[in-house]
Each structure stands twice: as C-alpha cells, then as structure tokens.
Write a new protein. Structure first.
Length: 530
C-alpha cells in the first residue's frame, strides 16, 4: 500500500510541478473526484494537499483541471478512426497525446484571449475539456508526453468549427472580473487592455466586425463606459498594426532562421514566432522558399517542409599557438572538480523561479573576485535590493566592491567584456524565446580570453531553459536547478575521467545565499522526468 501511495502521489507531484492544478479522482470507472473541486478551478492545489489526498486515497487517479488555471485544454477523441477531427488539427506527432480506455486525449495550450467552456460531440466523436473541466492523466504515447512535447496552440480551424456550430465563448482580459458589479477593466488600464485585445483577435484571424463586437462587451463594462468613437480608433490602430506586421514578421523569420542549427521544420518556425493565421504561415513559406532559391537554405532530402541553414562563415583556427590552460576558476558545489572552463566558454545555469539562480551567480562572483576581473550584469535587482542580498554573505562588504555591478536587461553581447569574467543574472525575455539561442551565440562571438556565466529561466521539472534546444548549442557546461537540487545537463570539458553528465546534487539554501550540500554528486534515479 505504501508503494502505491508513493507512486500515485509522485505522479501527481510531477504534474503539479509542471504547473497544473491536480485533484484526486476515483479509480472505479466513474471518474468522479473524491473532493469538491470547484475551488481548484480558481487556485492550484497545494503540495501538502496533494500529500494528504494520496495518503487518504492511495489508489486515486490523477485528475488535471483544464482551463486557464493549468494553461491547457484537451480534445477527447472517443474514436480515433473519426475523420472530421483530424482535418482540424496539425500534425499529430507534435501534440502531447495520451491513450484512454476508448481513444486519445490531445493536449493544447489554453487560448489567452477568450473563455472556452467544455463541449460534447460538437465535432463528431469528440469532446472538449476547457474552462470548468478536468481530465484523468493516462499513459502517454511514446515520445509524446506533456513533459517531452510543448502543447501547441488550439488550432484556428477547430475554433472556427465550434463557432460555426453555435458554441459561444466569452472573450476575457486577464485579471478582470464582471462579478459583484466590479469594473471589468481596471481604471487606468482601459486603453492598453482594449488595444491588446484587439491585436490578439486580429492575430487570431477575427474580422473587423468580430473585433468590434467583442470590444464593445468590454467597453460597456468599463466605469465610465469607454467612448465608442475612441473604441473605433483602437480597432483601426490594431488593424493597421496587423497589416504592417507582415514586414516585421518577415524580418523576424529571417532572424529566427539565422539563429538555428541543423534542420528545422516550418512548424518549428510557426510555433516560435506564434504564427496563428494563414497569412502569417503563408509568409513563412514564402520567405523560406526565397532563402532556398538564394542558396541560404537547403531542403531536407526525405522530409517535406524541413530546411537547413547553409553555413558560410568558417573562421580559420591557428593551431600553432601554444595550448592554453583552463581558467583557474572556483565554483559553488566544487564544480571545478568536474568541469574545466577555458577561454570563450559559456556556462548556463537554468533554473525555475526562486530556486537560487542569483545565489549561484553571486557565490561564483564572490569565489573569483580576487582571481579575475568580474563583471556582474543584473536585470532584476536595484541598488537597495542588491546591497541587502550581498549583506547576507559572511564576508566584509568592501570585498564586493572588487566586482563591477552593472544594470542590464538587453543588448547583452554589447556589454560583454571579452577578456574578463562576465555574469548575466539573468537573461530576461518574456516572448520570442527562440531569440535566446541567438543571443548566446552573439556573446560567444564577442568573447576572447574571458568567459560568461548566464542565468536563464526554465519551466519547473524541465532541464532546458525557455528557448529550448537552441540554448544548449554553445554552452560547454549547462546546469539545471530546481528546489533543492542541481543537475549537470551537459558538460564537455571533463576535469577527470569521470563523466559528469547527468550528475545531480541536493542542497539547502541558508539566508538566501549560502549553499549547504545535502548529498554528493550522483546519477539520479532513472525514473526522473526530464
């Protein structure tokens, strides 16, 4: 019984760490939750609640609440042989998919604009679980788990289909409410919110009439109501922006392609640039065709829709120069015993929020302050907060003045000191995460005899940062940090004959700055989710 309790509880925790709201569901075939679960549509379950539930009901299945709270929605296909649904969906290989007793569950990202409730049988043989719904976590198809494949956006074709079938949805702006007579759009935010909503609707392929209809709902909920004449101006501004986006998108497509290594698919580009309508997807195909004609890209011989950027810039190496020794750096957790850092090396520490990325960077700076010239680029902390954090370390505050402290939140390569130690805490980006790989490559080109440590944000329970595989290309050392655990994802320059890849170590943080290891470096349990 204890083993079963641990197994199902651990599974629930894995989904919870992925960002989902989870609930216990009866395993008797009824699929009814053990608890009153309405509140978990508004708030995520807590860790101690999950532990309590599966201690009480060790055989409980894991229910995942769909909708905005978890950021996902699910198309439940009862009969996989039904033809109509497949014409509304992208390539099934890129959709997280699990097997059910009768069919399949296909996971999609929940749309940012709109409230999409459950529906049953609107598409023949299929149900939809959105706001107000939940699904049971079943066995995943090989290579298509929610931990391996990022859920794509809900297809425009599917949304149009259910709309044509008479299923209504209510557009909604985040952090707004229409209950209790409160203002739907907070005072002072009306212009920005309405303009943003209009942009999102146009991006999703809505017509001018549909955008006007939806915006009128919000305008009338403002206090005072948003003027109709000004509302029309918002619509026209958003329409103009949507029209001129073609030129901007064309530049973004070329920039994204220049950041790639190896083969990529048209869908990869669509997903990275959030191309959601036919016009934008057609432009991606047009640009890739033009670049192929110019010899910038070549097509894959066997895979339709796959391309590779042809490398033309190959600088010559001078192998007659004396071989340089590794940089004599010190690292938290004695990483210098596992990894040798050389000139031009880039090191990444990828961590989920509030796990100790800044503490790692500060400790690295402190350990090397008397060995090298250290530059610390901070994107989050102002002078007051920085002084507070540094004051918690057990060294004289004057020692910190040996380090250059520089505010920075963009143009990272321009700020790099090529022959010194550079620390970027952290590389901040809120959209177009594909750009991160390109930024890292630019920093690599800028470095000479120095090195750079870069802190990146990553989703919980994943090893790779936001920005995906592109962030793995240049770093010679790549570490993932979660609460109480650090793991070596990639290490190229071993300090000994022992392979450090996949080694992990548990720790505690004292006063937000001092690392206290609680285990040695070891290979993690094979069942760990990547």
């Amino acid at each position: 019984m204890r083993e079963k309790t641990t197994q199902m509880r651990d599974l629930a925790m894995q989904y919870w760490k992925r960002g989902f709201s989870v609930i216990p569901v009866k395993p008797d075939g009824s699929k009814v939750p053990y608890i009153l679960w309405a509140e978990f549509q508004e708030r995520r379950s807590l860790e101690h609640e999950i532990t309590k539930w599966w201690a009480k009901w060790p055989d409980a299945l894991v229910g995942i609440v769909t909708g905005k709270i978890s950021g996902i929605c699910v198309i439940d296909i009862d009969d996989p042989n039904t033809q109509e649904i497949w014409g509304l969906l992208p390539d099934p290989a890129i959709i997280p998919t699990s097997k059910t007793s009768r069919g399949l569950h296909l996971y999609f990202g929940y749309p940012q604009a709109g409230v999409y409730p459950n529906n049953t049988g609107v598409v023949p043989g299929c149900d939809f679980r959105g706001e107000g719904g939940y699904v049971v976590a079943y066995e995943w198809l090989p290579g298509q788990s929610i931990f391996e494949v990022e859920p794509p956006e809900l297809p425009t074709k599917y949304l149009q289909y259910i709309k044509n079938a008479g299923v209504s949805y209510q557009p909604k702006i985040p952090n707004a409410t229409i209950s209790g007579g409160e203002t739907f759009i907070p005072e002072g935010q009306r212009d920005e919110r309405l303009f943003h909503l209009a942009n999102r609707l146009f991006r999703g392929g809505a017509s001018v009439e549909e955008v006007r209809e939806h915006l009128m709902i919000f305008a009338n909920q403002c206090e005072p109501p948003f003027p109709a004449k000004e509302l029309e101006a918002k619509i026209q501004s958003a329409l103009k922006r949507d029209t001129t986006r073609t030129g901007v998108l064309s530049e973004d497509i070329r920039a994204w392609i220049n950041s790639t290594n190896g083969y990529f698919s048209l869908f990869d580009c669509e997903k990275a640039l959030i191309a959601v309508n036919k016009k934008e997807k057609d432009l991606i195909r047009q640009v890739t065709h033009q670049l192929t004609e110019k010899g910038v890209l070549e097509r894959h011989r066997n895979k339709n829709g796959y391309f590779r950027r042809i490398e033309t810039d190959f600088p010559m190496m001078d192998l007659t120069k004396p071989r340089k020794k590794p940089l004599d750096l010190l690292w938290p957790f004695d990483i210098q015993n596992l990894y040798h850092c050389y000139s031009k090396n880039i090191v990444v520490i990828a961590g989920s929020p509030d796990v100790g990325k800044s503490a790692f960077c500060m400790n690295f700076a402190m350990l090397n302050r008397n060995i090298f010239k250290v530059n610390y680029f901070s994107s989050e902390m102002g002078e007051d907060e920085l002084q507070l954090r540094l004051g918690k370390f057990d060294i004289d505050f004057s020692e910190w003045l040996k380090i250059n402290w520089i505010p920075l939140s963009g143009d990272y390569a321009d700020a790099i000191r090529p022959d010194e130690i550079n620390i970027i805490d952290f590389m901040e980006i809120h959209e177009d995460f594909w750009r991160v790989g390109g930024w890292i490559n630019e920093i690599f080109r800028k470095l000479n005899t120095g090195m750079c440590l870069i802190a990146l944000q990553k989703p919980t329970s994943r090893d790779v940062a936001k920005g995906g595989e592109g962030t793995l290309e240049k770093p010679r050392l790549y570490m993932a940090m979660d609460h109480g655990k650090i793991k070596i994802v990639k290490c190229k320059n071993w300090a000994s004959e022992t392979n450090p890849n996949r080694l992990s170590r548990e720790f505690k943080i004292v006063q937000g700055c001092n690392f206290k290891p609680e285990s040695d470096w070891s290979i993690p349990w094979e069942g760990d989710i990547k």
